[in-house]
Ligand binder design. Structure first.
Ligand SMILES: C=C1C[C@]23C[C@H]1CC[C@H]2[C@@]12CCC[C@@](C)(C(=O)O1)[C@H]2[C@@H]3C(=O)O
Ligand SMILES: O=C(O)CCC(=O)C(=O)O
Ligand SMILES: [Fe+2]
Length: 359
């Protein structure tokens, strides 16, 4: 995040989103086609029970066809999620001047502010966020609540302890579903948990007097392997469904199902699977009456590891790698300039590759 973050914020949150009408700075109606999403129907985001006897098959199908699914029976206690939700609420309910004390600044990737992709769009999103990376959230909590910061820190730690193993478990299931053996998975780049960079983003989308003219979080794909998303039960997340037999490309609302998480397939998982798994384009819409709160856990590779298509998936019958390898950080940088063309720029030209092999 650049210094723009802290500058942006001052314009971004003049009154903690208590506007009676939409200021021009936040009005997307002229440049953004706001096609309404399909009602939830037959064509609905899959819900997967982690105790399902056909789990691997269902995971593979959901990752390939949708790139998004809900998980139930994930093992995380509703009681912890309630406490987590209350702390997220408590954080965003603070006065804006207090939150700005922990604003993201140049060179830091944690704290209060917008998201990196906001720099790619000419309007402000109806959004505020708080990024948690390392121990820094303790420092931030001490500034936000000098007299009672530990309740926030404790819940965040508990949440991390629960969500990190869930990230590993999902990753393991996905690799199994791609046909890797246990041994191949053990030797894969997800092995060393100490080197994984953990990022949790807390998100708030305040209620808005005219939700059709604003955007909570503009359409994007996430860059890591998988994102696990908690939310407070207010609808708003939509995914872009590709054109298929049922119809043309369309936005589909992700249903709110109690005690589930939303799982997104991200860019590097698409690369790792050599294009088999779909990195889903998603966006967040805003409600007229309710504040939407969410928390994204971004599970990605070790920071210094180049990720390319799995060698186990290559072969005379399976085909050639579609992408050249990149690190997570390299891909984030590519996206900050090329946006949705970033993956395209990593494509290996099939002919060049064949020439190389023949040489
Ligand atoms: C660990 C991550 C993942 C990041 C970058 C960094 C911290 C913030 C995350 C997000 C959150 C919002 C969408 C996104 C596209 C964005 O702009 O910031 C995400 C991005 C990514 O998936 O690359
Ligand atoms: O709030 C949501 O539901 C989506 C958040 C998201 O897409 C992100 O943080 O990358
Ligand atoms: Fe996202």
């Amino acid at each position: 995040m650049s210094s723009q973050a802290s500058v942006d914020l001052k314009i971004h949150h003049p009154q903690n989103f208590r506007f009676n009408s939409i200021p021009d700075s936040h009005d997307w109606s002229d440049l953004y086609d706001h096609p309404s999403a399909q009602p939830i129907g037959l064509d609905s985001v899959p819900v997967i029970d982690l105790n399902d006897p056909n789990l691997i098959y269902k995971i593979r199908k959901a990752c390939a066809e949708w790139g998004v699914f809900l998980i139930r029976n994930h093992g995380i206690e509703p009681e912890l999620l309630n406490r987590f939700g209350s702390q997220i609420h408590r954080l965003f309910a603070l006065p804006v001047e207090v939150k700005l004390k922990v604003a993201k600044t140049e060179g830091t990737d944690s704290g209060y502010g917008g998201v990196p992709i906001s720099q790619l769009f000419p309007k402000f999103m109806w959004y505020e966020g708080f990024a948690i990376t390392t121990a820094s959230s303790v420092d931030h909590a001490q500034i936000l609540w000098p007299d009672d910061y530990s309740s926030f820190c404790e819940v965040i730690e508990e949440y991390k302890k629960a969500i990190i193993p869930l990230g590993y478990r999902l990753m393991h299931l996905m690799l199994l579903s791609l046909g890797l053996t246990e041994e191949e998975i053990d030797n894969s780049l997800i092995g060393d948990s100490t080197k994984i960079k953990n990022a949790i983003h807390l998100n708030s989308y305040p209620a808005c007097p005219d939700p059709d003219r604003v955007v909570g979080l503009a359409p994007h794909t996430d860059t890591g392997f998988v994102t696990i998303l908690y939310h407070n039960g207010v609808s708003g997340l939509q995914v872009l469904r590709r054109k298929d037999d049922i119809g043309p490309a369309r936005w589909v609302t992700v249903p709110v199902v109690p005690n589930t998480f939303v799982v997104n397939i991200c860019d590097l998982m698409h690369v790792l699977s050599n294009g088999t798994f779909h990195n889903v384009v998603h966006r967040s819409m805003v409600s007229k009456t309710n504040q939407r709160l969410s928390a994204a856990y971004f599970f990605g590779p070790q920071v210094d590891v180049k990720v390319g298509p799995l060698s186990e998936l290559m072969g005379p019958e399976q085909g050639l790698p579609l992408y050249r390898p990149v690190t997570w950080l390299e891909l984030q940088k590519l996206k900050s300039t090329l946006h949705d063309k970033a993956l395209q720029s990593m494509k290996i030209d099939g002919k060049i590759e064949e020439l190389r092999k023949g040489a």
